[in-house]
Design a protein around this ligand. Structure first.
Ligand SMILES: *Cc1c(COP(=O)(O)O)cnc(C)c1O
Length: 963
């Protein structure tokens, strides 16, 4: 017998076989179960011939993990890391190692899903509650949400909320402090343009318009000025407008809180609380506000409620509102936010505590004071009399010389105006840095004695701040911020929280539409390389060559996967991609003089972000009906096109549909819209069923967003980060988002700016790069095929016990299936929620519930799950089905059965009394594998109604822990 070749011997470690769950034998078994002879036959039966792609993907061959890491490392090495004092909302920081390894690098945290199922998410919910408390304390506000996508979009959302809340104010004018970060001004202007607001940028002391609905002030200013905002805020209030303050979190440790000056909303970014700059993200934006605005605030809010046993439990407040993102009544389209980063910064605050933070802030302030004093002693003028950490220095005609001297010392400064330089000190800055900066400004022979300056300032007290602006109020007094200051304590706190949650390192998370696939370790490793992490987004372009090359490669890869011509990497979530895509469509019509096109057609089955995004660009949503198989009703589409004619701007359609089927008529649907002069937006969140088998850019789409945190392996992070780049056809390429600070190649700033950073959350893009590189041409297609196979296998097995809602014409589905529980509910009173909660007793996270159809579960297994894991899930569903039968048949009462009482906690089964008509074993170990290993749900079923009626979104007081 011939031996395998060397090449075949090397196959054993190819990544493709690690990413894809089922092995050869399992694939055979599943094909047999489905009654098809090959994967090709299955694809023929599922993907309509009219759209099927026959040529290979234009991607390179797969490489293994080591090769891909080496290749990416050589790209990363082209980035050069200078000491950077640019500021503008991004500062070097130290991620405490205990948080780096146990949270950021830990799949127990980064692979979790958004905490819609609170009983198995108490760990990250507590992390988020801590985040809210931290933000409320530092800003001096009554409530805070659990993160926004970045500071600039938080400012834009605040503008929109000010307009909603200033109800009797008819003005369309929003004032923006000229000393705001330029990226914030750009994002706010873009939003305002599409909402139809007028923006006035100026000096708030002098330029406040008489009529305005709101104002945005930066505190401290982008160039470092610190001023008391009280009078300005009063003046805006007198004009019946509301004030948003964009604040710097570290400054707030030392400064009077904006809430104490009368601010209505306070926004900002958590980056400098231990989150790497990452060339722009991901970081968590924050959003704090008055209690009165709680129903109008964007994003998610974590609240305290009780469970069915009356014990305290956390959950997302007003969750149903959130889950459907209010569709066309939306006031924001934000869905995925920045959970992982939000909890990291809250842990940073727990680890340092208020005293530690005061020390860090005081040290930054001292360095700034030493620098300021030294410069002043040598006759240089500072632009502002007050400062915290940022100085703007007048350079008297020598700016370029000084800037270059700094560059020669590998130091980045900020150019301000025509003849000034900015310096922002931060957590990692040292006295040596200050000395080197002084050398740049003054030349090496300046003769200043920094130690002497330090003693001088120590004796006199802080230099840059008047007493009236110093913080007097306490903050972070809650025990959670005062208990975990040793590494051992911190480590155990993190582990305790982690172990309350179910993430992908425990079991499959079969969430339809969310694609919870493997986030491979090799994909994650580059995220924490300093070459990617320590780069400032506004560093000179020649220091970011590695990033630039990686972006270009990734853009080509994504274009190949989608069949489009160009890709914008700026949108930092799917929702932002939708907005960016619609903005591009609007700009395209503007250029063609077709500004009357203001209608967005959206099928009834669409994800909530679709209509919400249309609202963001002031398009009118017209809903198109779906037929009984879940497809777009083409007759209704024709009627709507007939009715609205040349007012139609776009159709937003998800493909394969949110019902999990490849509808046959997609080409015809696209043609109908194009014939009416409209553009087709194909929501690409379901790309996992398409790559390599069909390309939206080829079957009629003009633009799609891709959720890299679904299809392209960026982990869900417990509810973010994500990335939502858009891919477009050639005709929309001229309208992709630009950036006012760091130019994005081939874009125009007049197109507007979508995110704070030019390439969104740049530092997680290596994850998708690694995935595509390691899967290659063959693997990407294979992943799609296996996703379709796994989904069809699960659907076929479940169909024995449950009714499936939709299938394609051959009886097959795409990559997800909808289980209809309404007939069971009718017969037994058992609800989809009972079944979702019962799955927790088996150690499973529930599938997507009641979306896109009420009373259903939507299951998407992905290609990464082996048949064994699928069979475990199927077994759990079969056992549950029998339990439903036992309720319907009267063996269990409607009030006392394992479903109604689910989930069961350790406390339940340890209780002396066991009052139920089924055993403890049935309650907690209903399947054999649970005897080996079990995750205990941390709480009984959480009462949403109670929590919403008694909204508490801060950490409960310590007394309440003493029961
Ligand atoms: C997830 C999803 C979105 C929204 O993406 P986010 O990143 O959460 O903003 C949009 N459409 C569909 C179909 C989705 O599944």
């Amino acid at each position: 017998m011939t031996q395998p070749s060397l090449q075949q011997l090397e196959q054993h470690d190819a990544f493709i076989h690690r990413h894809i769950g089922p092995d050869k034998a399992q694939v055979e078994a599943m094909l047999t179960r489905l009654g098809v002879s090959s994967v090709d036959e299955l694809i023929e039966k599922t993907v309509p011939a009219a759209i099927r792609k026959n040529d290979a993907l234009d991607l390179a061959d797969a490489v293994n993990e080591e090769e891909a890491l080496a290749e990416l490392k050589s790209l990363a090495a082209q980035n050069t890391i200078y000491r950077t004092f640019i500021g503008m909302g991004y500062h070097d920081t130290i991620t405490p190692n205990v948080i780096l390894r146990n949270v950021l690098e830990n799949p127990g945290w980064y692979t979790a899903y958004t905490p819609y199922q609170p009983e198995i998410a108490q760990g990250r919910l507590e992390g988020l509650l801590n985040f809210q408390q931290m933000i409320m304390d530092l800003t001096g506000m009554e409530l805070a949400n659990a993160s926004m996508l970045d500071e600039a979009t938080a400012a834009a959302e605040a503008m929109a909320m000010c307009k909603r809340q200033a109800k009797r104010n008819k003005s369309g004018v929003f004032f923006v402090d000229a000393d705001s970060h330029p990226q914030t001004i750009a994002v706010v202007k873009t939003r305002a343009e599409h909402f139809g607001f007028e923006i006035v940028v100026g000096d708030p002391e002098k330029d406040l318009p008489a009529e305005l609905f709101g104002a945005l002030l930066q505190y401290p200013g982008s160039t470092g000025a610190v001023r008391d905002l009280t009078d300005i805020i009063d003046r805006v209030h007198e004009a019946k407008g509301l004030v948003t303050v964009a604040a710097d979190l570290m400054s707030l440790v030392a400064l009077k809180a904006p809430g104490e000056m009368g601010a209505d909303v306070v926004i900002g970014c958590n980056q400098r609380f231990g989150i790497p700059m990452g060339y722009g993200g991901p970081h968590a934006g924050f959003f704090a506000f008055r209690e009165a605005y709680k129903r109008s605030a964007p994003g998610r809010i974590i609240g305290v409620s009780v469970d069915s046993k009356g014990r305290r439990a956390l959950r997302m407040a007003m969750q149903t509102r959130e889950q459907h993102i209010r569709r066309e009544k939306a006031n924001s389209n934000i869905c995925t936010s920045q959970v992982l980063l939000a909890v990291m910064s809250a842990f940073y605050a727990c680890y340092h505590g208020p005293d530690g933070l005061r020390t860090i802030a005081a040290r930054i302030q001292r360095l700034a004071d030493i620098l300021a004093t030294g410069l002043q002693k040598k006759g240089l003028a500072l632009t502002h009399d007050n400062w915290f950490d940022t100085l703007t220095v007048a350079t008297a005609g020598k700016r370029d010389e000084i800037y270059q001297r700094a560059l020669d010392a590998e130091i980045n400064l900020r150019k301000v105006g025509d003849d000034a330089l900015g310096v922002s000190l931060h957590e990692t800055a040292s006295l040596q840095d200050v000395s080197d900066i002084l050398d740049s400004f003054l030349g090496a022979a300046h003769g200043l004695d920094l130690a002497a300056l330090d003693s001088e300032i120590a004796a006199k007290g802080p230099q840059g701040l008047p007493k009236s602006l110093l913080r007097e109020s306490e903050f972070l007094t809650h025990p959670v911020f005062n208990s975990y200051h040793s590494e051992t304590e911190m480590l155990r706190y993190l582990k305790t929280l982690e172990s309350k949650d179910i993430a992908l390192n425990h079991s499959m998370i079969p969430l339809g539409s969310c694609t919870m696939k493997l986030n491979a370790t090799a994909e994650m490793i580059p995220v924490t390389w300093p070459e990617f992490g320590k780069l400032h987004p506004f560093a000179p372009a020649d220091q970011a060559r590695g990033y630039t090359e990686m972006f270009e490669q990734l853009q080509r890869m994504l274009a190949a996967c989608t069949g489009y011509d160009a890709v914008s990497l700026q949108p930092n979530a799917g929702s932002q991609g939708e907005y960016a895509g619609l903005v591009a469509i609007k700009k395209y019509f503007e250029a063609r003089g077709e500004t009357q096109r203001d209608i967005c057609l959206i099928p009834a089955s669409a994800h909530g972000t679709n209509p919400a995004s249309a609202m963001m660009v002031s398009m009118k949503v017209v809903v198109v009906a779906c037929d009984k198989s879940g497809n777009v009703d083409t007759d209704d589409l024709k009627a709507k096109i007939e009715e609205h004619g040349d007012r139609i701007a776009a159709l937003m359609v998800t493909y394969p549909s949110t019902h999990g089927v490849f509808e046959e008529g997609i080409r015809e649907i696209c043609d109908l819209v194009h014939d009416a002069g409209g553009q087709v937006y194909i929501d690409g969140a379901n790309m996992n069923a398409l790559i390599g088998v069909a390309a939206p850019g080829q079957f009629g789409g003009d633009v799609s967003h891709l959720n890299l945190h679904k299809t392209f392996c960026i982990p869900h992070g417990g509810g973010g980060p994500g990335m939502g780049p858009i891919a477009v056809g050639e005709h929309l390429k001229p309208y992709l988002a630009g950036h006012p600070v760091t130019g994005v190649p081939e874009t125009d700033t007049a197109n507007g700016t979508i995110s704070a950073a030019p390439w969104g959350s740049a530092s997680i893009l290596p994850i998708s790069w690694m995935y595509i590189r390691m899967m290659g041409r063959q693997g990407m297609k294979k992943a799609t095929e296996m996703a379709i196979l796994n989904a069809n296998y699960v659907a076929r097995c479940l169909s024995e016990d449950y009714s499936l809602l939709y299938t394609g014409s051959d009886g097959f589905i795409a990559h997800e299936c909808l289980v209809d529980l309404r007939p069971l509910k009718e017969a037994s009173g058992i609800t989809e929620e009972d079944i979702a909660k019962r799955l927790m007793d088996f150690g499973f996270h529930a599938p997507t519930m009641s979306f896109p159809v009420a009373g259903t579960l939507m299951i998407e297994p992905t290609e990464s799950e082996s048949k064994e894991e699928l069979d475990r899930f199927i077994e759990a569903m079969a056992i549950i089905r029998k339990e439903v039968e036992d309720v319907a048949g009267g063996r269990y009462s409607v009030e006392d059965n394992p479903l109604h009482n689910a989930p069961h906690t350790l406390e339940d089964v340890m209780a002396e009394q066991w009052p139920h008509s089924y055993s403890r074993d049935v309650a907690a170990r209903p399947a054999a594998w649970l005897k080996e290993h079990k995750v205990w749900p941390a709480s009984n079923r959480v009462d949403n109604v109670y929590g919403d009626r008694n909204l508490i979104c801060s950490c409960p007081p310590i007394e309440s822990y003493m029961e």
